[in-house]
Design a protein around this ligand. Structure first.
Ligand code: HEM
Ligand SMILES: *[C@@H]1O[C@H](CO)[C@@H](O)[C@H](O)[C@H]1NC(C)=O
Ligand SMILES: *[C@@H]1O[C@H](CO)[C@@H](O)[C@H](O)[C@H]1NC(C)=O
Ligand SMILES: *[C@@H]1O[C@H](CO)[C@@H](O)[C@H](O)[C@H]1NC(C)=O
Length: 516
C-alpha cells in the first residue's frame, strides 16, 4: 500500500534524511495524525453522526454567504427535487433539509420537543447574544385569545386610529405628491399597532413611536454584525459591537418607558375599585401573566411584539402599494367594492365590511404570491429523530425548511403562475363551495400558502395584520389616486438578501386626493 511519504515529489527531501530520523518522524506524524483523528471524532462526533444519518439525502448546494440571494437556488432545487427531500448547507454552516409540500402535513402537528420553532430561531437570531425572547407563549396566548377575538368589538377604534395615523403622516396631496411610501407606512403601522399594543396615549408618544419604528432595524443590524464574526470570536466580541450597544440602549429606553405603565396598572387594579381595565395588549398581557414575570419582562414581550408585527406588516403593505402603482386598471373595481361594502355597513369600515371585500383580499394575496417575503418558510429544528413516510430519516439537530416562494409559482397549485391575476382568489371564492370560500383568504395558512408560516406556530397575528392592511388600503384607495413618478410604468424590483425578498426601501410613489 502506498503511503503519503512515497509520493514522487517528496522523495528528494526524504532521501537526504537519515533512516532513523525518518522512521522517528513518521512515527511522530502517525501519532499526531491519530491524535488529530481522535480530536476530530470527539469534537465533531455529533455532527459526523448526523452527516452519516443524512447520507441518503442529496446535498444540492452550499451557501456562499449570508448576503447572497438564495432565491434561484431554492427555485432550481424545487424543479429538481420537487417531491423528495434534499439538503443545503446554510451560511451558518448548518445542514438544512428542504421538505416538499407533500410531506408537510405529517410534520404539521409535531410538538416543540420533537420539531422546535424556538430552537430554529435561536441560531438564526443569534439568541445567545441578542437575548431576544424565543418563548413567545404569553404573547401568543394574548394574541389568540384576546386580540383576535377583540378585532370585531374594537373595529371602530382601530378604524379611527387608521384615519388618525393617515392624517398625521400623509401630506394633504391636493395635487400629485411624491412620497417615500415605505417610510410613511412604517410610521402609520407603528401608530396603529401601538394603539392596540400599548393604548391610546402611548401610541402617539414620540418616544414610543421612535422605539417601535427603529427597534427591529437595530435588532437586525446587531444580528448581521454578530454573524460577521467568526464563531470563536462571538463570546468575546459580540457584546462589544457598536450595533449591540445600540440594541441594548433602545431596549433600556423601552423598559424605562413601559415599566411605569405596568406598575401603574397593577396599582390601579389593586387600589381603585372603579378602575376600568383598558382594552389593549398591555392589559391582556398583565391579565394573563398574573405576576408570573416581572414588569421589566412585560416590556421585553412588548419589544417581541414590535419585532413580530411592525416591519412584517409594513413590508407586506409596501409590496402591495408598489404593485398598486403599476396596475391602475385595478383601482376602479377595488374602489367600487370598498364603497359597496361600506354602504352596506352604515358607511363604516366595520369588520363585516372588511370581510365583504373579496377583491381587495384577493389582490393582497396575489401580490404576496408573486412577491413572497422569504424564499423559505416553516423553519424548524429537529429535536428528536423523525422518520418520514417516504422512509427518510431526519436526525436530531438538523434544520428543516420548505421552499415557500417556489411553491407560489408552481403550476400545479397556481395555474398560469407567471401571470399576475389580481382576482385569482376572489374568483374561486365567489364561484366555489363554502370550503373554497374559507380556504382562499389572505390569512389562509396551508402547504401552498406560506406567508404566515404553517402548523402550530403559524403567525397568530395574521388576523390583526390583515385587518390593519385592509383598513389602510381601503382608505388609500377610496381617498387617493395612485401612480408611479415620472410616468414610469415598471414596478420597483424587490431586493433579495439571503432568504429575504423585500421591497426596495426609499422608493417613491405619487398620491393625489380624489375630488369629491
Ligand atoms: C403581514 C404581517 C405579518 C407576517 C407576514 C407575519 C409572518 C409570520 C411568520 C412567517 C411567522 C412564523 C410562522 C412559522 O414559522 O410557522 C410568524 C410568527 C409570529 N407572528 Fe407574525 N407576521 C405578521 C404580523 C404579525 C403581527 C401583527 C403580530 C402581532 C400582533 C405577529 C405576531 C407573531 C408571533 C407572536 C409569532 C410567533 C408565533 C409562535 O411562536 O408560535 N405577527 N409571523
Ligand atoms: C364595529 O363598530 C361599529 C361602529 O362603527 C359598531 O356599531 C359594531 O358593533 C362593531 N362591530 C362589532 C361586531 O362589535
Ligand atoms: C429612528 O428612526 C428615525 C428615522 O430613520 C430617525 O429619524 C430617528 O432618529 C431614529 N431614532 C433613534 C433613536 O435612532
Ligand atoms: C390551500 O390554499 C389554497 C389557496 O388559498 C386553496 O386553493 C387550497 O384549497 C388549500 N388547500 C388545502 C388542502 O386546504
Amino acid at each position: 500500500m502506498k503511503t503519503q511519504f512515497n509520493t514522487t515529489n517528496q522523495r528528494p527531501s526524504m532521501a537526504s534524511l537519515d533512516m532513523q530520523v525518518f522512521t522517528g518522524l513518521a512515527h511522530t506524524m502517525q501519532t499526531a495524525a491519530i491524535a488529530a483523528l481522535i480530536f476530530v471524532a470527539v469534537t465533531f462526533a455529533p455532527k459526523l453522526k448526523r452527516r452519516i444519518q443524512l447520507a441518503r439525502i442529496p446535498v444540492f448546494a452550499t451557501s456562499k454567504g449570508a448576503v447572497q440571494s438564495t432565491r434561484g437556488m431554492f427555485q432550481e432545487g424545487y424543479q429538481k427535487f420537487k417531491d423528495s427531500v434534499y439538503m443545503i448547507i446554510t451560511p451558518d454552516g448548518e445542514d438544512s433539509v428542504i421538505i416538499p409540500t407533500a410531506l408537510m402535513p405529517e410534520l404539521r402537528k409535531l410538538p416543540d420537543d420533537v420539531l422546535s420553532f424556538p430552537k430554529a430561531v435561536e441560531r438564526l437570531m443569534e439568541v445567545e447574544y441578542t437575548k431576544i425572547a424565543t418563548e413567545a407563549k404569553l404573547a401568543v396566548h394574548a394574541i389568540k385569545s384576546d386580540l383576535t377575538p377583540a378585532l370585531s368589538r374594537l373595529n371602530a377604534t382601530i378604524s379611527d386610529e387608521v384615519d388618525a395615523a393617515m392624517r398625521q403622516y400623509l401630506p394633504s396631496c391636493d395635487d400629485w405628491t411624491e412620497l417615500d411610501i415605505n417610510r410613511k407606512l412604517i410610521d402609520i403601522v407603528t401608530r396603529i399597532s401601538g394603539r392596540v399594543f400599548v393604548g391610546p396615549e402611548l401610541c402617539q408618544d414620540p418616544e414610543y413611536l421612535d422605539i417601535g419604528a427603529n427597534y427591529t432595524i437595530y435588532l437586525m443590524d446587531a444580528i448581521r454584525a454578530i454573524k460577521r464574526l467568526r464563531p470563536w470570536q462571538k463570546p468575546f466580541l459580540a457584546h462589544r459591537l457598536p450595533e449591540m450597544k445600540k440594541l441594548r440602549a433602545i431596549e433600556k429606553r423601552a423598559a424605562e418607558q413601559l415599566r411605569p405603565i405596568v406598575k401603574e396598572r397593577l396599582e390601579a387594579e389593586k387600589n381603585d375599585p372603579n378602575w376600568q381595565k383598558p382594552e389593549d395588549m398591555m392589559q391582556w398581557l398583565i391579565n394573563r401573566n398574573a405576576g408570573a414575570i416581572p414588569a421589566d419582562e412585560i416590556a421585553h414581550v412588548q419589544l417581541g411584539l414590535i419585532f413580530a408585527a411592525i416591519h412584517t406588516t409594513t413590508t407586506t403593505a409596501t409590496n402591495i402599494l408598489y404593485t398598486l402603482a403599476v396596475t391602475p386598471e385595478c383601482m376602479d373595481p377595488l374602489r367600487e367594492e370598498i364603497r359597496n361594502a361600506m354602504n352596506e355597513n352604515g358607511g363604516q369600515l366595520t369588520s363585516k365590511a372588511l370581510q365583504q371585500m373579496l377583491k381587495l383580499d384577493s389582490y393582497m394575496k396575489e401580490v404576496i404570491r408573486v412577491h413572497a417575503l422569504s424564499v423559505s418558510s416553516f423553519m424548524r429544528r429537529v429535536v428528536k429523530g423523525i422518520t418520514l413516510s417516504n422512509g427518510q430519516y431526519l436526525p436530531p439537530g438538523v434544520m428543516i425548511e420548505v421552499p415557500g416562494d417556489a411553491v407560489y409559482s408552481d403550476e400545479a397549485f397556481y395555474p398560469s403562475p407567471n401571470t399576475f391575476d389580481p382576482w385569482r382568489s376572489s374568483d374561486i371564492r365567489q364561484s366555489g363551495t363554502p370550503t373554497d370560500h374559507a380556504r382562499n383568504q389572505f390569512v389562509t395558512t396551508n402547504e401552498t400558502n406560506l406567508l404566515f408560516g404553517y402548523g402550530r406556530h403559524a403567525c397568530p397575528g395574521r388576523f390583526f395584520a390583515a385587518n390593519e392592511i385592509k383598513l389602510i388600503l381601503a382608505r388609500l384607495i377610496l381617498d387617493y389616486e395612485i401612480k408611479m413618478p415620472n410616468g414610469e410604468s415598471e414596478r420597483y424590483a424587490n431586493i433579495e438578501i439571503g432568504r429575504s425578498i423585500i421591497p426596495a426601501p426609499g422608493k417613491t410613489i405619487m398620491l393625489k386626493r380624489v375630488e369629491i
